[in-house]
Design a binder for this molecule. Sequence first.
Ligand code: ADP
Ligand code: MG
Length: 661
Amino acid sequence: MDDRAAERFSVVLSALTFIGIVVGFAAPYVGWAALSPLGFGLVYLAGGVPTARRALKSLWHERSLDIDLLMIIAALAAAGVGAPAEGAILLFLFSLSTTLETLALGRARREVEALMGLRPETALRKTGADVEEVQIAQLEVDDVVVVRPGAKIPVDGIVLSGEGEIDESTVTGESMPVSKAPGAKVFEATVNQSSVLEMRVSATMSDSTVARMIQLVTEAQAARAPSERFSAWFGQRYTIGVLAGAVIALAIFLWLGREWSDAAYRAAVVLVAASPCALVISVPAAILSALSAAARGGVLFKGGAALETFAAVSQFAFDKTGTLTTGRAEVTGIISLGMPEDDFLSLVSGLEAHSEHPIAAAVHRTANKRGLAPASVSDVVTRPSEGITGRDAMGMLWAGNRRMAARMGVDVEKPAFAALLDEAETVIWVGRGARILGAVAVADSVRASSRPALDQLREAGIDRIAMMTGDRRPVALRIGAELGLSPDEIHSDLLPEDKVHLVGEMAKAGKVAFVGDGVNDAAALARAEVGIAMGAAGSDVALEAADVALLSEDMARLPAAHGLARRAARIIRQNLVFAMGAMLVLVSGALFFELPLTLAVIGHEGGTVLVVMNGLRLLFDSVRSVSSRSAAIDAVKDVIRPQEIGRAMQESRSCGTPGWR
Ligand code: ADP
Ligand code: MG
C-alpha cells in the first residue's frame, strides 16, 4: 500500500469508528436501542482490528510490547467489565489521533517530495563535436557537459569555457548569483542564468555535494537524541509496568473486598490512565518538526542529538577565513624578488593548483585574469594552517605563512616586504628551499551577515564568542574589530591542534559550538560539543567532522538555528512534564477517586493530542531571516530524500501511526 492509500485507509477507518460511536450513543434515544451494540461493534472492528494487528505484528516480529497492545487490552477489558461504550470511545479517539498524526506527517513528507522534482534529469553530453542528451546517472567523471542558459547544472563540475552568473541558492541559500569563469567549481542543481557553459564533470551524481549532504543527514538520523532514546526505552519498560500494575491493582481491589466486575473496571481505568502515549510521542514530535524546519532554512542537523546539544551551547568559537569572512579573497599585492612578476605568479599558481584554500583560489583567479598558465608542480603536500610545499624541475618550492618560512630557515624580516606587512592583510611568502622568492598579499572581506549574527548571539545571552585563526595577528585584530570582538577573544597564528586546545579550554566554562570550514578546522569541529561546518563552500573533511551543516552563506541562520534548538528543547521539557503530570493525575484518579473510564479515556487521548500539537508547532518555525517561500524550497530541494524522511517518521511513530510500508 502506498502512503496515500495508507492515509486514505486510515481516514476511512476513523470515519467508520466515528459513525459507530454516533450510532452506538444515539440509537437508544431514537428508540432503536437494538442498533446500539451494532454501532459499538463497528467501532471495535474498524478501530480495534487494525490496532490489534499492529500490536501482534510488533509482538511477533520485534518481540516488543507497545502501546497498541495496551490500547487493545484496555478496550477489551472495558468491554469485558460491561463498559463497551467506554472501550469504543477509547478506540475511536485512538484511531482519530493516529489518523491526525499520519496526515500531518504525510503532508510534511509530500512537501519535500514535491521539491525533489527540481533536480534535473538529463544533461547534454559533448563528445568531440557531438552533443547528446543523457540521463545524469550516466555521466562519468571527466565527461564534458554543455549547460544552456536557464538550465540546471546537472552534476558537480569545473567550468571549461564560457563565463556567466550562476544562481546557487539551491545549495547555499544565497540569493545573489555568483559569477563563474573557466576553472570555477559549479554545483549540481544550481541554475546557470545567462550564458552557455561547458563544464567538465568532477563528481558523479552519487558523489555530488548535494548527495554527500543527503548522506550525512540520513546517516545521522540513526543518532537519536538522548531524550528520544530515553522515551523509547521508557515506552517498552513502561508498557510492561502498566500491564503488571493493572493486574496488581485488580488483585488489590479484589483483596479489599470489591466485586469482581467492579475491581476489573477499576483495573481497566488504571490501564488506560497509565498508558504512556503522550510520553512516548512527546519527544519525536518536537524533534522531527524542529529538524525539518531547520532543513527548510538550509541548516542540516545530523540527528536529534545534535539539536539537543546545540540548545545547551553557551559559547561559540569561529574560524576566520571562509567562515566569518567570505573566503572569496583577492590578491592585493605581489612582490617578486628576482624574477618577472608574471613568472612568479604562474609559479605560485602552479603550486596552489592543488590546494582548496581560499588563498589558492585568489591566486588562480589573478593568474587567470592575466592569462598565465600555472607552472607544473608535483609532489604537493599541504600543511594545514601553514602552507603548501611541492617540487618542480628546478627543485623544492613552498608557500605559506611566517611559520612555514621559519621551518624553511628563511628570515622574512626584509625591508622589501615592509609595505605588504603594513596593511592588515594576509601574506604568504614563497620560496625555493632556503631562498625567498617573494610574497603575495591577499585580502578577504567580512561576510555582511557575520556582524549581525554575532550581535544576535550576544543578545540571546551567549556568554562568550571567540575567533580562532591560523592567520597573522594584525589581520585577526582588524577582522575581529569589525565584528565587535574584544582583543582577548581573538586568537591568531594557530595550528589546528591549537584550535582544539583552545576549544578544550573554553569547554571548562560550558558547552562550546565551533564553526569552521577548512581542513584545519576538522579537529576542532570534532572536539567541540557541536561542530558546525560551512556546508557548500567548506571542505569535505570539515563537513564530515561536523554535527551541523550550514548550507547557506547567510550567517544569520546560525543564531536563528540556535534559537530554534532552544525552543525545541523547551517544548520537549514542557511535553515531558505535562505528559508525566497528566499521567500522575489520571492514575491517582483511577486508584483513589473512582475516576470513570470515560474520563480516563478522554484525559489520556486528549493529553496525547496536545503534546503532538505542541511539538508540531515547531514545523512552522523558521531559521530564515527573510521568510520567502521560494527560499524555503530552495534550501531543501534535493537535499533530503522522501523515503528517508519516511523512515525517520516511521521510527518516531509511537501511538499507533500505521507504518509507511
Ligand atoms: P583560518 O584558520 O583563518 O581559516 P588557515 O589556518 O586556513 O586560516 O590559514 C592560516 C595561514 O596559513 C594563512 O593565513 C596562510 O598564511 C597559510 N596558508 C594556509 N594554507 C595555505 C596555502 N594553501 N597556501 C599558502 N598559505 C597557506
Ligand atoms: Mg577557514
